[in-house]
Design a protein around this ligand. Structure first.
Ligand code: FES
Length: 93
């Protein structure tokens, strides 16, 4: 309920939240590249204004990283190729 309230307060209630882990472990193991790749993919598919895409510090799942979170689902061991496939599946593209 608290998350729902925060989304309303910030005007994000109709947007998909995509969070990429930019903690040092995930960053060095691939998210350094994936962060830009996702941004470009969202722009190419005209989804940038439909998502709230941002980075976050460590999710405390470093052993399962790189980590990507979409809404309430945390994806583990996400390389660039897997990230794009996850996005395609999520958005039905
Ligand atoms: S650095 Fe990504 S889960 Fe720890």
């Amino acid at each position: 309920m608290l998350i729902f309230d925060i989304k309303i307060a910030s005007g994000m209630e109709n947007k998909t939240e995509i969070v990429i882990c930019l903690g040092s472990s995930c960053f060095s193991r691939g998210n350094k590249t994936t962060v830009r790749l996702i941004d470009n993919w969202l722009k190419e598919n005209r989804l940038r204004d439909k998502v709230y895409y941002h980075g976050n510090h460590c999710f405390a799942n470093c052993d399962k990283g790189p980590v990507l979170k979409i809404d309430d689902t945390i994806h583990h061991h996400v390389d660039a190729e897997k990230a794009i496939q996850i996005l395609k599946d999520y958005f039905g593209l």
